[in-house]
Design a binder for this molecule. Structure first.
Ligand code: NAP
Length: 280
């Protein structure tokens, strides 16, 4: 039976570390959160991030804009926040309404306030091994592996999914820890051929029931990044948890796994930014 990697408990530890880390700062770390439109899921994510800030003793500044906000208006706000000394991090909640160019908007955030690590400058720094910020979800997974003393070096890490937010940076961070990394995606003809070889399997696809027990090697570490809704509307991952739990050595639950860690790592990035802005 696999050991459960408790993301919720670990996230609480990371946040406590962030709160302690901010104690010596002259000014409290500040996060500007921009929400365009009224998407209910985005609303929930934004309030979660604001709660995390409060828990760490950080400030959050919410900018709620109407769905018909123009690109110019949004870029003007980002420009103002880039120059605002009370703001250490700027977060634009995705997805944006269709008429706004996501790439253009994200690239307008100053790299030193890019706490999501989406800006090409920060992505480039991560890939070349000189990171300032790390993208929150893959960084959360690495923190889980570290906390549970799961070695990465020399092990075969198979990542399912190649998005800019999860799959690609996940593979980059595992490689940086000397894992032997395979990336699979929708054009991979036989997924099981690769997953069965995985010592560490990370699934970030978004399909309930994608990873079944027969696809997992005995004793593998299984990390489920996905946040899907099953037929009953319950939050679940890509992995058939009940069956895979019997085969894996470690496994993350959904909910209570990677999700809380993602939020905690955002707080860590905000603290990093605040220290940088205060010359520490
Ligand atoms: P995404 O942009 O839709 O990317 C999904 C990836 O899965 C793509 O690379 C796609 O391949 C690949 N894929 C699709 N079908 C596949 C299949 N049958 N076999 C293998 N690969 C397949 O999604 P994302 O933003 O990376 O998010 C992935 C999941 O993680 C979602 O469930 C999302 O909700 C969740 N998520 C969770 C957190 C968290 O905090 N826990 C954070 C972010 C995302 P192609 O590139 O070929 O299309």
């Amino acid at each position: 039976m696999a050991k459960i990697i408790d993301g919720k408990a670990l996230a609480a530890q990371v946040k406590a570390r962030c709160a302690a880390g901010a104690q010596g700062l002259a000014r409290r770390p500040g996060l500007a959160v921009i929400l365009v439109g009224d998407d209910p899921a985005s609303r929930v994510y934004v309030s979660g991030k604001e709660r995390d800030c409060a828990e760490c003793g950080f400030l959050s500044f919410e900018h709620k804009l109407p769905a018909d906000t123009t690109e110019r208006e949004l870029l003007t706000l980002i420009d103002r926040l880039n120059g605002d000394g009370a703001v250490d991090g700027i977060l634009v909640q995705l997805p944006l309404p269709a008429h706004l160019n996501e790439e253009k908007v994200l690239n307008a955030i100053s790299p030193d306030k890019d706490v999501d690590c989406f800006h090409p400058v920060n992505v480039g720094k991560m890939v070349t091994g000189q990171p300032v910020f790390l993208p929150c979800t893959p960084a959360g997974v690495m923190e889980m592996l570290r906390a549970y003393e799961i070695p990465v070096a020399g092990r075969h890490c198979v990542v399912l999914g190649r998005s800019n937010i999860v799959g690609k940076p996940m593979a980059t961070l595992l490689l940086a820890q000397s894992g032997t990394v395979t990336i699979c995606h929708s054009k991979t003809p036989d997924l099981a051929e690769f997953t069965r070889q995985a010592d560490i399997l990370v699934s970030a696809v978004g399909r309930t029931g994608l990873v079944t027990a027969d696809m997992v090697k005995e004793g593998a570490v299984v990390i489920d990044v996905a946040m899907n809704r099953n037929a009953e509307g319950k939050l679940c991952g890509d992995v058939d948890f009940a069956a895979v739990e019997k085969k894996a050595s470690y496994i993350t639950p959904v909910p209570g796994g990677v999700g809380p860690m993602t939020r905690a790592m955002l707080m860590e990035n905000l603290l990093t930014a605040a220290k940088h802005h205060q010359g520490q």
